[in-house]
Write a protein that binds this ligand. Structure first.
Ligand SMILES: Nc1ncnc2c1ncn2[C@@H]1O[C@H](COP(=O)(O)OP(=O)(O)OP(=O)(O)O)[C@@H](O)[C@H]1O
Ligand SMILES: [Mg+2]
Length: 443
């Protein structure tokens, strides 16, 4: 702060002169106005308090002996009020005894001038206090600015951290997608190599079963071999689906109809197991472009898992809705549909343990007893949904249930935004308090 701007700040300062003696009021005012200060005057205690109430002065020159309220009492009242306690008060009085000066300072005065006063002394003491007041104001101002900068910095930091998190997650996903693509290619090759000898083993075993039908013990062993061949076959089927060898034949399809036709033959079996199916299908759902067989396979796998997780009873809720992220609403009159079709499949089954939730989309991860599950169902689902331009997410609470969320773009907008949209959808669900479960995005 340089002297010039400092000086100009002093010029704007307002001084309240309180004295019942007109001559002294005039004299003080004259000195101070000549210095460029703004002056207001009061001749009684009541007038002084009213003047402070109407606008806060920067400093008060306060006589002690006033006709109504004593100067010390005025000062006490000012100091006990939050709004006025910071106004510096300089007592100005004919009382010259040490105890009076001490009393004045005790009551909160910042200085004491003895009458008759000398012009230079008054001006110097007033200036000192006003300079202190300017410095205090500047300090408070920069303190405030500093606090605001700190808040802004915190906000920027938070945004940056969120950005880094998102970036890292996207990078992880990319690496994982690359890895899975590599595994997929390798898998397709290996499956092909295994299928040929497996077909030969299967053919030879079946021939032996026919030829040696009279040898009961051998037939039993051969049937066991055939069972195991069937199991290898099932695994290879899954692996081939996972490695995306199937041809994708996208057509425009109605998700509600696909679900309905699948449920029509699964529902009676489920109701036999005590599972109630609840449909919450949105009307006027736009069609999506996808491979119908593949999509049914996804629904089938997820529903089958849900059925298994619910065991002897529960509720399977299947809902469909349109999700249009904020800011992406249709802005023109074009007939093009916007947004995403969201399919949620929720069960009230066992739920997934926290430590397993990250693994369920990995090929061969299963918690089913040996020889029961291949652990390929969900990795195939993920691969199919992604191949059709959508996303697949899961939310689960161990002991309560699981929800799978499939987001399929309308208009087949097969771009990167689908990943972000699925996160937006999950965030929105959480905000609405609909889902508070552990969630994971398949990598
Ligand atoms: N709805 C669900 N509730 C609880 N756990 C589930 C659910 N869906 C999947 N899981 C868990 O994810 C694992 C992997 O599922 P995935 O469908 O990939 O294989 P699987 O069901 O074990 O085997 P397969 O699909 O060959 O029968 C399951 O073993 C189970 O632990
Ligand atoms: Mg499964």
């Amino acid at each position: 702060m340089n002297n010039t701007s400092h000086g100009s700040l002093l010029m704007d300062m307002e001084i309240l002169v309180v004295d019942d003696c007109q001559n002294e009021r005039d004299l003080l005012s004259l000195y101070l106005i000549k210095e460029g200060y703004k002056i207001r005057c009061a001749s009684t205690g009541e007038e002084a308090l009213a003047a402070v109430k109407s606008s806060i002065p920067d400093i008060i020159l306060l006589d002690i002996m006033l006709p109504d309220i004593e100067g010390f009492e005025i000062c006490r009242r000012l100091k006990s009020n939050e709004i006025t306690k910071k106004i510096p008060v300089i007592f100005i009085s004919a009382k010259r005894e040490g105890k009076d000066i001490v009393e004045g300072l005790r009551k909160g005065g910042v200085d004491y001038i003895i009458k008759p006063f000398a012009k230079e002394e008054v001006l110097a003491r007033v200036r000192n206090q006003l300079e202190l007041r300017v410095l205090l104001k500047l300090h408070e101002q920069s303190d405030q600015e500093l606090k605001q900068s700190a808040i802004k910095l915190q906000e920027t930091n938070k945004t940056l951290e969120e950005y880094i998190d998102k970036h890292e997650a996207a990078q992880d996903r990319m690496v994982q997608t690359e890895k899975l693509a590599g595994v997929g290619r390798l898998t397709a090759g290996v499956c092909h190599e295994i299928l040929n000898p497996l077909n030969i083993i299967s053919g030879q075993t079946q021939a032996l079963i026919l030829e040696r039908s009279e040898d009961g013990e051998l037939i039993q062993d051969l049937n066991m071999i055939m069972e195991e061949i069937g199991r290898i076959d099932k695994i290879i089927d899954g692996l081939l689906a996972f490695s995306r060898r199937g041809t994708n034949q996208s057509v425009l399809l109605e998700v509600n109809m696909e679900l309905e036709s699948l449920l029509s033959f699964l529902e009676s079996d489920m109701s036999h197991d005590g599972i109630k199916v609840v449909r919450k299908f949105a009307e006027d759902l736009p069609s999506i472009k996808a491979d119908s067989d593949q999509l049914r396979q996804v629904f089938f796998n997820i529903i089958n898992n849900a059925k298994y997780a619910m065991g002897e009873g529960g509720r399977l809720t299947i809902s469909t809705e349109v999700f249009v992220p904020q800011g992406q609403e249709k802005r023109d009159d074009s007939q093009n549909e916007e947004g995403y079709v969201c399919i949620k499949i929720s069960d009230t089954g066992s739920g997934i343990k926290k430590e397993n939730i990250k693994k369920i989309f990995e090929p061969f991860f299963t918690t089913k007893p040996i020889n029961t599950g291949t652990g390929l169902g969900l990795s195939v689902c993920h691969s199919i949904v992604e191949q059709n331009g959508g996303t697949l997410d899961v939310k689960s609470e161990y002991g309560e249930g699981t929800t799978f969320i499939i987001l399929m773009p309308v208009n087949n907008q097969n771009d990167e935004s689908v990943e972000q949209t699925s996160q937006l959808f999950i965030d929105q669900e959480e905000e609405l308090g609909q889902e508070k479960w552990d969630s994971v995005k398949p990598l």
